[in-house]
Design a binder for this molecule. Structure first.
Ligand code: SF4
Ligand code: SF4
Length: 251
């Protein structure tokens, strides 16, 4: 099993051309429905919203879903807490792959799975306001991945495909998440240079709670995300500006 711990986000490999598919364009791929793209996978990294949606599907709180199906660790590149689906010990398959090779959380599967065989790239210089649809269109691009598979040739409209998994509806949240994580990552790296190990652990825990844990699946995600990011900002500002906070934190 691949033990590499994948981090949030990923850089596209250099030297490979990934032509953008226009929103009103189409894309083609071949598939025989074997389910192999859900086998031996250790790279299904979840956003906070991905985890929240799985919690909604299973009617379980985030802590329990993580305990049962995920692994959390600190990303080596971002230095942020990362949650990924934990491959099964016996066969390395995704824990949600059924014996019939279908996805047990199909309607609530993570973004990376809902997109496949598409990929999504974000240009952080192109669109600055996630709540602005025009900015989102400039910032978020979709491209086809080479599955290397044979089988039926399938051609689909990009817009219809994205709509079928409500991906366009969640773009604002996904763009905010990506931007927030990049900003957080650089602040955490700067703080790590001057905080003690126990304080760094405290900070990681605070971030994990804000990004993944402090959510009630019975309530809307966005207001909870706003609240958590606001509270995290207070913690970061204190750690960045006031070393006296060292006396008052709790793990
Ligand atoms: S994309 Fe490929 S690996 Fe995945 S189900 Fe289709 S044929 Fe199988
Ligand atoms: S969540 Fe579903 S689609 Fe994604 S890897 Fe697991 S079984 Fe496959």
């Amino acid at each position: 099993m691949n033990q590499h711990k994948f981090d949030l986000g990923a850089q596209l490999p250099p030297g490979v051309d990934y032509p953008e598919i226009p929103l009103d364009g189409s894309f083609s791929f071949q598939c025989q429905g074997c389910g192999d793209c859900c086998r031996k996978r250790s790279d299904i990294v979840l956003s906070g919203y991905d985890l929240y949606r799985i919690c909604c599907r299973l009617a379980l709180p985030p802590q329990m879903v993580i305990h049962a199906f995920c692994q959390s660790y600190i990303g080596s590149s971002t230095h942020l807490p990362v949650v990924r689906l934990r491959p099964r010990r016996d066969n390395g398959n995704c824990p949600f792959l059924t014996a019939e090779s279908s996805c047990a959380i199909h309607s609530h599967k993570p973004l990376v799975c809902a997109l496949y065989p598409l990929g999504q790239s974000i240009d952080f210089d192109a669109g600055t306001d996630p709540s602005n649809p025009a900015d989102r269109r400039r910032a978020i691009h979709y491209f086809a991945q080479d599955t290397g598979c044979s089988g039926h040739s399938i051609t689909l409209s990009l817009r219809e495909y994205l709509d079928s998994f409500s991906i366009l509806e969640r773009e604002e949240l996904d763009l905010r998440w990506a931007r927030d994580c990049i900003a957080l990552s650089s602040r955490v790296k700067a703080l790590e240079k001057r905080l003690r190990p126990i304080e760094i652990k405290y900070l990681h825990r605070k971030i994990e709670r804000a990004l993944y844990l402090d959510y009630d699946f019975r309530q809307d995600f966005a207001p909870q995300y706003d609240r958590n990011i606001e509270q995290l900002e207070e913690t970061l500002c204190k750690l960045e500006g006031d070393q006296s906070v060292r006396k008052g934190y709790h793990l």
